[in-house]
Design a protein around this ligand. Structure first.
Ligand code: NOJ
Length: 502
């Protein structure tokens, strides 16, 4: 097994993790100061959302220099120190590489947009209006009903941007672009970074002229782009990754069909892992989850390199606790599921506290995609300003007085301690990390499955229903159990349990 197959990843959105220099925005030293918390929590690898120099119009996903650290977050020295401190604790760390687009402040774009004859002109995607004077194609950019094309007055052509006009798309068809981007990977791999989460990686290859489906005219192009050439670019990227030992690439393949996502593993020569975002939109119903898990399991029959990933929250979507209406039983059930399915789980900072999305007053909304709620700062201590030296850039959640790390550390029944125990059990039981997934079934509203190695067998049952329900095992089969089991040996409404089987 590779380390990234058995690891539990923990995503840190650095702006919201912890501030140490008093500017209201989290920083690298904030992450450093919480490493012992993360070791105690029991996660194995950290994914840090972008920390590169950026004008922050998309809060770091608009990169102005791929090989540096934005002063808001600290210095390259701080990052090097973080990497060695993470490694000293036996953990891994991956960065967030944004290959599809740069910031319009990136020197490459400044040069490319200076004149049509610029040597960097072809590094971005430029088009003249069509003969009838209309836009080059009908693509819509993300978070709006606006075209993915912006007119450049100076050079009188449109440039492509699948996100903000300040995030021009790089032209991956240009071999110089690919070489330059490969070098940015090497820059960090040479510094000991264990790999990358690769932002909207399915978007790098494009078929601008073909892909002009009128049916899709009103939709952002991002979740639709799925073209063959991207796989070639991914094989080149994998070759770069393979120059180093033990590194990982986790692609953000923002397509909602797991079968399409699986093709991005290639023949074990493209991505090592990819997110499967279907879990973010799967309704909380037993059959829906059974089908999702079954589909993920079946994929290994056709895609040899397929290793599933599981995610319930991230910085782009409503947190799982909010999606489940804040129901504590369900929030715990979701955590049991996330940590017990076969594959690599990704926890989003604050999920271990059961954090909800914050209510953001209109005047404090700063994100162009309106994703502020799930980016609320992590509350560390149990009094204002909740472990932060000053008021953070976004408001805290409403129930911050009870949902904070300090209060939860002191409460043996807290979500935090529940998550810790699950993570410890995951470490103790090989079946949980590497076991085959068998006996996937739904009885009534209870979804259950088992994980087994030759000498270790565990089971998981989740009650998606509104009334008490039976476990699928006899009492005599259960050696040890964890989670919510009633005195009658049943699952309460919304409850879930993990059992060690004889
Ligand atoms: C996906 C990232 O997760 C999101 O935060 C960002 O806005 C877009 N890609 C554009 O980079």
């Amino acid at each position: 097994m590779e380390w990234w197959q058995t690891a539990v990843f923990y995503q840190i959105y650095p702006r919201s993790f912890l501030d140490t220099d008093g500017d209201g925005v989290g920083d690298i030293n904030g992450i450093r100061s919480k490493l012992d918390y993360l070791v105690e929590l029991g996660v194995d690898a950290l994914w840090i959302s972008p920390i590169f120099p950026s004008p922050m119009r998309d809060f770091g996903y608009d990169v102005a220099d791929y090989c540096g650290v934005d002063p808001t977050f600290g210095t390259l020295d701080d990052l090097d120190a973080l990497v060695s401190e993470v490694h000293a604790r036996g953990m891994k760390i991956i960065l967030d590489w944004v290959p599809n687009h740069t910031s319009s402040d990136h020197p490459w774009f400044t040069e490319a947009s200076a004149s049509r004859g610029s040597t960097k002109r072809d590094w971005y995607v430029w088009r003249s209006p069509t003969e009838s004077g209309s836009l080059p194609n009908n693509w819509i950019r993300a978070w709006s009903d606006q075209p993915a094309w912006t007119w450049d007055e100076t050079t009188e052509q449109y440039y492509l941007h699948c996100f903000l006009p300040s995030q021009p798309d790089l032209n991956w068809a240009n071999i110089e672009v690919r070489a330059a981007m490969h070098d940015t990977l090497r820059f960090w791999l040479d510094r000991g970074i264990d790999g990358f989460r690769m932002d909207v990686i399915h978007l790098v290859g494009k078929e601008l002229e073909v892909d002009d489906d009128p049916e899709m005219a009103a939709l952002s192009h991002v979740p639709l782009n799925d073209v063959a050439i991207t796989h070639e670019y991914l094989r080149e990227i994998r070759t770069v990754m393979n120059e180093y030992d033990d590194r990982v690439s986790v692609g953000e393949v923002y397509l909602f069909d797991p079968k399409a996502v699986a093709t991005y593993y290639g023949k074990d020569d493209e991505l090592h892992l990819s997110f499967n975002f279907a879990s973010l939109v799967t309704p909380w119903r037993a059959e829906a989850w059974r089908d999702l898990v079954a589909e993920s399991e079946e994929m290994q029959l056709t895609v040899t390199a397929w290793w599933p990933t599981w995610v319930l929250s991230n910085h782009d979507n409503a947190r799982v606790a909010s999606r489940l209406g804040g129901d504590p039983a369900r929030v715990r059930a979701a955590m049991i599921l996330l940590l017990s399915l076969r594959g690599t789980p990704f926890l989003y900072a604050g999920e271990e506290l059961g954090l909800l999305d914050a209510e953001i007053p209109t005047e404090r909304i700063v994100d162009p995609g309106g994703r502020d709620g799930c980016r609320a700062p992590i509350p560390w201590s149990n009094r204002p300003s909740w472990g932060w030296p000053t008021d953070p850039w976004l408001p805290f959640v409403d129930d911050v007085a009870t949902v904070n790390a300090e209060a939860q550390m002191a409460d043996p029944d807290s979500m935090l301690n529940f998550t810790k125990e699950l993570l410890q059990m995951r470490r103790r039981h090989a079946a949980w990390r590497i076991g085959q997934l068998t006996k996937l079934q739904v009885v009534g509203h209870v979804l259950s499955f088992e994980r087994a190695t030759q000498d270790d067998r565990v089971g998981v049952a989740v009650n998606f229903g509104k009334s008490q329900a039976r476990l699928p095992w006899q009492q005599t089969q259960i050696r040890e159990s964890f989670g919510s089991i009633s005195p009658e040996g049943e699952l309460p409404p919304g409850g879930a349990a993990w059992v060690e089987l004889t």
